[in-house]
Design a protein around this ligand. Structure first.
Ligand SMILES: [Zn+2]
Length: 349
């Protein structure tokens, strides 16, 4: 089968590799039809992370079940399914608490995990019953709906997690830091939870326009101290609900500066820190600081319901589409910030 493979900084190639097979009775093998390139994939593309050369890539799969392990009970060949970026058993202590990313049997997709990569024609998925969600049959071939569902594999679930962790509720003011796909989805998630005012903070005018389309009432494009001052002014001295969607130290610093004493910060960007000075600021303001890798499986069904009833649409973040052979070009476009997020249509060559 064809798959994207990592070879180092700026070097992703599409090659022929072995087909995946059923290895355990709880596995399925899917034919991938749609997947994405993610902002977090850029951490290894830019060699901040350094996975093993020759590893597959990608963690956002949607596709059709082709093979079913003998212990799988909820899925059949031909079902269209969507997978969170990590697998889960659905039964252990942590799955029952809704923290699926800490599942005792959890595995992550390549290149940082133990599984194959989703940027490929086929993928083995373990713990299928506890991991996968079926797409209702009547939408199976509806490309418009499938494009709206695809971000639920990661970025829409992650944006929602930021809003939940920041305790966003009806009538609130939420400040979202970061105008990548996760930040934009956090804007949509805050709107979905009833926030009245949503302030999007980012550095790219074109993306802040998309933020408005997804529900932002105000945008701030200035940087550093200037951005902090603008947000403090807009919120009359600080916000009670801050969603940090980048993971960079500068973003966490900004979050700690603009949060109101006693306020909430929901953080979902993978932290890449030199220092943790921002913790001091939070300490002296008695800030609630909550977050982590989003337990997407916990939110998938409710977000899918809203997409299917037409009240949630995260698809504006997918502003470039490539086929499998176009994946290197897709990485490049995200690296150069030409694309917010790239959708890969597999099998459309
Ligand atoms: Zn579990």
């Amino acid at each position: 089968m064809k798959s994207a493979v990592y070879y180092g900084e700026g070097d992703i190639r599409v090659e022929d590799i072995e087909d995946p097979e059923i290895e355990n009775p709880e596995d399925v093998v899917i034919r991938v039809t749609h997947t994405c390139i993610c902002g977090s994939d850029l951490w290894y593309y830019r060699e901040y992370d350094d996975p093993e050369e020759g590893s597959q890539t990608g963690h956002e799969p949607m596709g059709i079940v082709e093979e079913v392990g003998e212990d799988v009970t909820s899925l059949e060949e031909g079902d269209r399914v969507i997978s969170p970026f990590s697998t889960s058993c659905g039964e252990c202590e942590f799955c029952r608490k809704g923290i699926y990313t800490s599942c005792k049997k959890s595995e992550f997709y390549s290149p940082n995990g133990t599984l194959g990569g989703a940027q490929a024609e086929k993928l083995r998925i373990p713990q299928a019953d506890g991991t996968l969600v079926k797409v209702p049959e009547r939408y199976e071939d509806n490309e418009e709906v499938l494009k709206k569902l695809l971000p639920l594999t990661d970025v829409m679930g992650t944006g929602h997690h930021a809003a939940v962790c920041a305790n966003v509720e009806e009538g609130d003011t939420a400040v979202v830091i970061g105008d990548g796909a996760v930040g934009l989805c956090a804007v949509a998630a805050s709107k979905r939870l009833g926030a009245e005012r949503i302030i999007a903070v980012g550095h790219h005018e074109d993306r802040l326009e998309v933020a408005k389309e997804m529900g932002a009432t105000d945008v701030v494009s200035s940087k550093g101290e200037e951005a902090v001052e603008e947000v403090m002014e807009l919120t009359n001295g600080g916000a009670n609900h801050v969603l940090e969607c980048v993971g960079a130290e500068s973003a966490l610093n900004t979050a700690a500066q603009i949060v109101r004493p006693g306020g909430n910060i929901g953080y979902v960007g993978v932290p890449h820190l030199e220092s943790a000075d921002f913790v001091n600021q939070m300490f002296f303001k008695n800030v609630r600081f909550e977050g982590g890798p989003a337990p997407v499986r916990n939110y998938l069904e409710e977000l899918m319901e809203d997409v299917l009833q037409g009240t949630l649409d995260p698809s504006p973040v997918l502003n470039k589409v490539v086929d499998l052979e176009g994946i290197p070009e897709g990485y490049d476009a995200m690296d150069n910030r030409e694309a917010i997020k790239v959708m890969v249509k597999v099998g459309e060559e």
